[in-house]
Design a binder for this molecule. Structure first.
Ligand SMILES: CC(C)(COP(=O)(O)OP(=O)(O)OC[C@H]1O[C@@H](n2cnc3c(N)ncnc32)[C@H](O)[C@@H]1OP(=O)(O)O)[C@@H](O)C(=O)NCCC(=O)NCCS
Length: 171
């Protein structure tokens, strides 16, 4: 699963997606601080403890660097940014029964706009699963540097690895 690079300069307009979701009574917003346990439970229960821990980072920021999609007060999807590392988008997920309604695209664009607001010109989608989805929605392309391995599996801080010519990650 490669990291992807996405330009934040010309993002697709989010408004048509939000409008279409509103007609389905699905709304996007940042969660409130008192919803941390609810969001955490949603992410951990439907995906993984690792993703929930990444979302914890979102709740350490102000504004909270996460968006949720709700329908009738239930969370049906989420996206987070500036969690895994600075400039990273993700994780993100939509409940299977609510997929293919445009929720994922809206959550992605909201998160990328969040990165844009922080001053980034490019965003990184870490260890992307649905590469085609990201390419179609925001033009993201795989990063091939470092053999496409990014930060995952690093045994040393990149700061220390600069001292050594050899990449010791797999040793
Ligand atoms: C990836 C994921 C978030 C996408 O969520 P989603 O809500 O289905 O996303 P969208 O509805 O915006 O788009 C999905 C597809 O439905 C299509 N679609 C969107 N609205 C639609 C509509 N009203 N009718 C029919 N199709 C529609 C989109 O064109 C898109 O097509 P594509 O997959 O061929 O590009 C979701 O599949 C998911 O949670 N996957 C598991 C977790 C995961 O992999 N997360 C990413 C980790 S890097």
């Amino acid at each position: 699963m490669p990291d992807l690079l996405c330009s934040l300069v010309h993002l697709p307009d989010i408004e048509p997606f939000l409008r279409s979701l509103r007609l389905q009574t699905i709304f996007l917003r940042r969660p409130n601080p008192w919803e941390k346990e609810k969001v955490r439970g949603f992410v951990k229960g439907n995906w993984s403890s690792n993703w929930a821990q990444e979302v914890d980072v979102a709740f350490s920021k102000q504004p909270i660097s996460c968006f949720i999609a709700t329908k009738e007060d239930d969370i049906v999807g989420f996206s987070a940014y500036e969690c895994t590392r600075r400039g990273f988008f993700g994780p993100m997920g939509v409940l299977p029964e609510h997929r293919k309604k445009g929720i994922g695209t809206a959550l992605l664009l909201a998160g990328l706009m969040g990165l844009q607001d922080l001053g980034y010109v490019y965003g990184i989608i870490g260890a992307a699963g649905p590469v085609d989805f990201y390419h179609r929605t925001c033009g993201a392309v795989p990063i091939t540097l470092n053999n496409g391995r990014g930060i995952y599996g690093l045994k040393e801080e990149p700061r220390f690895m600069r001292q050594s010519k050899k990449d010791t990650r797999t040793e």
